[in-house]
Design a protein around this ligand. Structure first.
Ligand SMILES: *[C@@H]1O[C@H](CO)[C@@H](O)[C@H](O)[C@H]1NC(C)=O
Ligand SMILES: *[C@@H]1O[C@H](CO)[C@@H](O)[C@H](O)[C@H]1NC(C)=O
Ligand SMILES: *[C@@H]1O[C@H](CO)[C@@H](O)[C@H](O)[C@H]1NC(C)=O
Ligand SMILES: *[C@@H]1O[C@H](CO)[C@@H](O)[C@H](O)[C@H]1NC(C)=O
Length: 173
């Protein structure tokens, strides 16, 4: 992403991380906290028991989370955002076919947790902001001049954030 729009996207995502991700909802963002509630673990256990999830024919992964290790945070965020939606689709499909009340309930609980997570950290507010950027009238002379006036500030911010994310991704891997 080295186009001006790309830089802006990186900048806005970065701001989003700082403003939304860093707020009181995540008092311990260092990765040491266990974010999966015990109640949710119970639901997963229910599904393991009823749906034969421990079957050793289930080899390999659908989502390879290891592949995200060391990636820049905004890349991970985009990937996880899409991943959450795949899960929500999977839950819809499974709930349509599920007949056992206990399994149905656990599936619904997991889906609700996923939706809650998406609302908190992966809302479409950022998407709307990015769409607004794409709609900026780049042929308009006034827009062009105002943008040039803001160039230094945008460049500074995008470089600073990019460098810091890059450095953190490198030291983590
Ligand atoms: C969740 O389970 C863990 C381990 O089983 C336990 O240590 C912890 O206290 C439980 N947390 C709550 C909120 O019940
Ligand atoms: C997951 O990704 C990692 C890193 O890219 C790779 O080494 C590993 O083989 C992948 N695992 C699977 C099951 O594809
Ligand atoms: C998040 O994922 C949804 C569904 O895949 C997609 O419509 C949306 O554009 C994504 N948000 C961003 C910021 O990419
Ligand atoms: C399972 O959940 C779905 C979606 O909430 C619902 O439409 C369906 O009636 C439920 N089935 C049973 C057997 O409870």
């Amino acid at each position: 992403m080295d186009s001006p729009l790309g830089l802006l996207v990186v900048g806005i995502l970065g701001l989003y991380f700082v403003c939304v991700q860093g707020c009181p909802l995540s008092p311990n963002p260092a990765g040491t906290q266990d974010f999966v509630p015990n109640k949710t673990i119970e639901d997963i256990k229910t599904l393991i028991a009823h749906l034969n999830l421990a079957d050793n024919k289930l080899v390999g992964t659908v989502f390879n989370m290891t592949a995200l290790d060391g990636k820049l945070e905004h890349e991970q965020w985009l990937f996880l955002n899409a991943t959450l939606d795949v899960y929500l689709n999977i839950f819809s499909n499974m709930l349509n076919e599920e007949r056992l009340e206990e399994v149905n309930q656990s599936l619904q609980n997991l889906r609700n947790k996923m939706q809650e997570l998406k609302r908190h950290y992966y809302s479409d507010r950022i998407k709307t902001k990015i769409q607004k950027l794409a709609a900026i009238e780049t042929t308009d002379a006034v827009v062009q001049k105002k943008a040039l006036n803001e160039f230094q500030e945008v460049f500074q911010r995008a470089s600073k954030l990019g460098a810091s994310l890059h450095q953190r991704a490198c030291t983590q891997s």
